[in-house]
Design a protein around this ligand. Structure first.
Ligand code: ANZ
Ligand code: ZN
Length: 806
């Protein structure tokens, strides 16, 4: 069985193209809108991956569906085209990315068009286009004006033999990807953006987002807000104090040592004479390991010779120096409580320090016989006046006690760090700042934007770890915008994240010359209603973009607090061998060959039919035959039905048709494309069993609901039946409840998770309140509930109702 998909797909693709894709052009300000966005791809030399296809087909189904539901649909595509691979390839081939990036884009675009994806190409953008990156630079300068940009030394990876700075991706197991030498850490002045100033808002506003819970949790952990206390421990025989950060002030009576990070400036002050050599030895060793990125698995440390006094008991506590205390978190110093923290416990075991339990699991149990370390909250023991308090109460009380005496204060710390914004790279947006000997750092004037990336022949690494742009003297030397003397341009470039922080805004008004986008248009289109892409962007891209958007919101340049209201992650597709697809494993599936063999519509349906969109799925080379046969059967059925003279359909046909429409409508709106497709398959089986006895009108309704999934074939059948117009703006069929009223569902009734009864409920009653009423009226259930009180009713998956009692 076969159908002429090649001819059909070519015909309609040409038709869409010859109309300049106007059919998919989103119009501003007309009616209700929906913004359906894909994470835009990086146009590598390899072309589209089946994972892209999964993402783009899913969003295309939504875009086509909502168009048929009379929405203005904004569904754009563009290119995230700056980045390291292009630059490395350029260095190798001695070719400028400016010439080959457009070639890759062309290939991507052709592949996308061969899949029948309905993008509004009039809004295409490219992050490497000067008309685009002008605004990336402009926004950077806005942040600079706000004081959100500052320069500070920060470590970069450096290969001593290639004499070049490396990106994290180029360091494999601590070695340079190119030559295999061990890389080092080199400190270089770099631009930072103060994303930490937005930490609280980035955290709080997560609550309003309809995103997968795991992604929100990753963002929460990345931001890592901890509320606790700083406590000051006085160094014995000295004037200074050691300031530690703890979230567990309730354990303060169990402190048996203080530990400083080797990088804490107080280390110097704490070293006592007799300990000098041991400490110096330890520090040298630590810094050497750090430079070479070799980390010991075992905790190490050294005693400084100093003691502090306990702020409540006055007891002497030894001060240690240890690498398990992070230099850039909290105050870089901790109080060690071995009985209640596993790292402190390991440290105490190794150096034979005291382990004193001060928290018990149960109230009024003063003898602790639980296994140590016990890290949970509990009740205080061995803690003098505070004995018996719960951990939470004790944190409050001890906090007050110490704060009143000036020995502690409430403190909040975040794991989030400021964003290192410069790269020592050629292929990125130039940072629009100028270094002048008279005036210091001077921003480029707005009228001189964009600062164009120079077109050059050679941009080999400089050997110092700095940007290759540094070598391009006639570009570097410029005039200071302030004093007009000779000055130098900043030669570091922006990270690839910069362009992807705001691209969804430019789609809204891509040709605007006066601003990055007109505010009224932003107001109409924002926020993005559905953002579809891979879960690998859980933190970096999605956090940077949210931050960038909030800065623009504060400047009153965008109308919403958040950019992406709803996020949907497509699952990873594993190779036929069950492993992640990769070139080196040789298990990458190329969509082109499948399109050639079975057609784009078959591939679209196949990928959606692999399983629920968000699940990890395994590729299976054989199964695409199924969708292909399904479409062939539809084509054949259409030719038969076209000859039908049936005017009025039998009730069972109408019933099945309406059930199908209802199912597909609900499934598309709930992003369950696989079950929508199986419902269509069932309907086709039914039509075949009934010898194709269905009216043209009803059949065409089916063709319409198939359109978002298989647009070429549906459009072909639509025109085969004499329709001249394109299907895109035909109304999506509505279901008629009259025909499906007697459709019922079996619902299982449980009490406290045990099945007690079941009930048939008609579709129109599928409403929790109605079901509750019906369930509670049932005799069996009444009997089971005698003398019991219902605490909660849980209704799961439209299948099970569980009554939870006392
Ligand atoms: C004493 C204590 C006792 C702690 C106890 C924990 C349990 P989060 O929630 O991740 O913020 N800490 C503080 N600064 C640190 C640093 N620079 N490097 C390594 N560890 C550090 O963790 C806060 C806890 O992490 C703090 O509370 C501190 O140990 C440790 F039974 O203080 B705690
Ligand atoms: Zn100057």
């Amino acid at each position: 069985m076969s159908y002429p998909f090649k001819k059909i797909e070519k015909k309609w693709q040409n038709r869409w193209k010859s109309g300049n894709f106007k059919i998919w052009k989103a119009k501003d300000f007309i009616g209700k809108k929906i913004y359906i966005l894909d994470m835009f791809p990086y146009p590598s030399g390899e072309g589209l991956h089946v994972g892209h296809v999964e993402n783009f087909v899913a969003s295309d189904i939504l875009a086509r569906y909502y168009r048929m539901k009379c929405y203005q649909v904004l569904h754009p595509m563009g290119w995230d085209a700056f980045g390291l691979p292009a630059e490395n390839y350029a260095i190798k081939m001695k070719k400028n990315p400016i010439t080959f990036v457009p070639k890759n884009i062309k290939r991507y675009k052709e592949q996308i068009q061969r899949l029948g994806l309905s993008y509004d190409w009039s809004r295409e953008i490219n992050t490497t286009d000067p008309n685009y990156y002008k605004w990336t630079q402009w926004m950077f300068l806005k942040m600079y004006e706000l004081g959100l940009v500052y320069e500070k030394e920060a470590p970069i990876n450096f290969c001593p033999s290639c004499k070049t700075g490396l990106a994290n991706e180029e360091v494999i197991d601590g070695k340079c990807e190119r030559c295999g030498s061990f890389t080092e850490i080199k400190n270089l002045k770099q631009w930072h953006i103060r994303i930490t100033a937005y930490a609280d808002r980035l955290l709080e506003d997560l609550e309003e987002l309809n995103w997968p819970e795991n992604i929100k949790e990753m963002q929460r952990n990345w931001i890592g807000k901890s509320i606790g206390y700083e406590v000051y421990f006085k160094i014995k025989n000295k004037e200074s104090y050691i300031n530690i950060f703890t979230t567990r002030l309730d354990t303060i009576f169990g402190v048996s040592f203080i530990a400083l990070s080797p990088e804490n400036p107080l280390v110097k002050e704490c070293i006592e004479k007799d300990y000098y050599f041991a400490v110096e030895n330890y520090l040298n060793n630590y810094f050497e390991r750090k430079r070479e990125k070799k980390f010991d698995l075992e905790i190490s440390g050294v005693f400084s010779g100093s003691y502090v006094s306990h702020p409540i008991t006055g007891e002497s506590i030894p001060v240690w120096i240890s690498d398990y205390v992070l230099p850039d978190y909290g105050t870089g110093a901790i109080m060690g409580v071995p009985a209640h923290n596993k790292f402190d416990f390991m440290f105490a075991k190794k150096f034979m320090l005291k382990i004193k339990p001060v928290i018990s699991k149960e109230k009024d149990v003063f003898e602790n016989n639980i296994e140590l370390p016990y890290e949970n909250f509990g009740y205080l023991i061995n803690s003098f006046d505070f004995d018996g308090l719960s951990s939470q109460e004790a944190i409050e009380k001890i906090g007050e006690h110490l704060s009143e005496r000036g020995l502690a204060k409430k403190a909040v710390y975040y794991k989030l760090r400021d964003w290192i914004f410069s790269r020592q790279r050629y292929w990125g947006e130039p940072i629009p700042l100028i270094r002048c000997n008279n005036c210091g750092i001077v921003p480029v004037s707005e009228k001189d934007l964009p600062v164009m990336l120079p077109r050059v022949k050679y941009y080999e690494p400089t050997g110092t770890g700095e940007s290759p742009l540094k070598n391009i003297k006639n570009w570097v030397i410029t005039k200071c915008p302030k004093c007009k003397n000779l000055a130098e341009r900043e030669t570091q470039t922006m990270p690839q994240w910069a362009g992807s922080c705001w691209y969804y805004l430019r789609y809204i008004d891509p040709l605007n010359k006066k601003s990055f986008a007109d505010y009224k248009k932003l107001k109409y289109w924002l926020p993005v209603d559905m953002y579809i892409g891979g879960a690998e962007h859980a933190v970096l891209h999605l956090l940077y973009a949210r931050f960038w958007h909030k800065v623009l919101f504060d400047l009153k340049l965008v109308p919403t607090k958040e950019p992406f209201i709803r996020l949907i992650n497509q699952g990873i597709i594993l190779g036929p061998d069950g492993e992640k697809m990769s070139k080196s494993r040789g298990n990458v599936i190329n969509p082109d060959s499948l399109v050639n063999k079975y057609g784009a519509d078959s591939l679209r349906i196949f990928e959606m039919f692999l399983g629920p969109l968000s699940d990890t799925k395994q590729w299976d080379n054989q199964s695409i035959v199924g969708p292909y046969r399904f479409l062939s059967r539809i084509f054949k059925a259409s030719r038969i039905i076209k000859k039908n003279k049936i005017k009025k359909d039998e009730p069972n046909i109408l019933k099945q048709l309406n059930i199908n429409i209802k199912k597909v409508t609900n499934d598309i709106e709930n992003i369950k494309f696989n079950t929508a497709i199986s419902s269509c398959m069932e309907f086709l089986n039914f039509v075949e069993k009934n010898n194709f006895q269905i009216s043209k009108k009803s059949w065409l309704k089916f063709v319409k609901i198939l359109f978002p999934f298989a647009p070429h074939l549906s459009q072909e059948i639509w025109s085969l039946f004499g329709n001249k117009k394109l299907l895109d703006y035909e109304k999506f069929p509505e279901f008629d409840l009259r025909y499906i009223e007697d459709e019922t569902k079996k619902i299982i009734i449980q009490i406290n998770g045990k099945k007690k009864d079941e009930i048939e409920i008609s579709d129109k009653d599928l409403d929790i309140e109605k079901i509750k009423k019906l369930v509670l009226e049932r005799e069996k259930i009444k009997k089971n509930l005698v003398n019991k009180k219902i605490k909660k009713i849980i209704f799961a998956q439209n299948k099970i109702i569980n009554l939870v009692t006392d």
